[in-house]
Design a protein around this ligand. Structure first.
Ligand code: 5RP
Length: 236
């Protein structure tokens, strides 16, 4: 069996729901093409009678979830989320992440911060030895003075490109711009994050450090590996 990219996304999304979603939970819904399959699977559980209360990381995910009959509430109506299942753009061997190529990084980070167990679903194409080697780092910035923010971002050693859609700057759900910052590689992600976060105009960065408690990874042979289980086996 050799799975294509879409089949790998579906496989890992459904496996995450099977492993981690229990009746009665508050669940955070991620964003992106992998998360879409997870939302569809949660829709099936709701049809089977599961009582789930969900908060979404984007307007897109909220609309999909509501169309499937899933109860979606404002994040501020929930004390905490038991789990959130979300995708990623890069995952390093320590489960540190880059997210935000789908444009939802700000809400994704707020939802992750309100979550007890953040579960990441991905396929093996997103695995890297060092962050920044494949994907750019998305940084959400205020529109006001964004050229100055870009200059400050580039002083961190990247080439920053304003994200465009249909010939116009891409606007996030929160009304901001995104700069995609291409580094050769990110050698010190925690240090870089601290430098980016103090730049005036930066709203949020796409480094999700020490956020994931597990990353499920699907492979073309139809297997799904838990990075947390592998790491605990290595540590034993
Ligand atoms: C959106 C994200 C997505 O989770 C990430 O881009 C992965 O998306 P996909 O599953 O479509 O590859 O961070 O902001």
């Amino acid at each position: 069996m050799v799975l294509d990219a879409n089949a790998m996304k579906k496989l890992v999304a459904e496996e995450a729901v099977k492993r981690y979603v229990k009746d009665g939970m508050n669940v955070g819904l991620g964003t992106g093409s992998t998360a879409k399959f997870m939302i569809e699977k949660i829709g099936e559980l709701v049809k089977q009678g599961y009582n789930l209360t969900c908060a979404a990381t984007s307007v897109q995910s909220e609309e999909l979830a509501k169309s499937l009959g899933i109860k979606v509430v404002d994040i501020d109506e929930i004390g905490h989320l038991d789990i959130t299942i979300d995708g990623a753009d890069e995952v390093d061997p320590d489960m540190q992440l880059i997210k935000g190529l789908g444009g939802a990084l700000l809400r994704e980070k707020i939802v992750a911060a309100a979550t007890v167990r953040e579960i990441i679903i991905t396929d093996e194409s997103k695995l890297v030895e060092k962050l920044g080697t494949k994907a750019p780092l998305p940084v959400e910035v205020l529109r006001f003075g964004h050229e100055h923010t870009k200059y400050a971002l580039e002083r961190q050693g990247c080439k920053a490109e304003l994200r465009m859609r249909d010939g116009k700057p891409f606007i996030t759900d929160s009304g901001n711009y995104i700069y995609d910052c291409k580094f050769e590689s990110i050698e010190k992600p925690f240090f870089l994050e601290s430098r980016i976060d103090v730049i005036p105009g930066v709203v949020e960065n796409g480094l999700f450090l020490n956020t994931a408690v597990d990353v499920l990874v699907s492979r073309p042979d139809g297997t799904v590996e838990s990075m947390a289980e592998r790491k605990s086996g290595e540590d034993a």
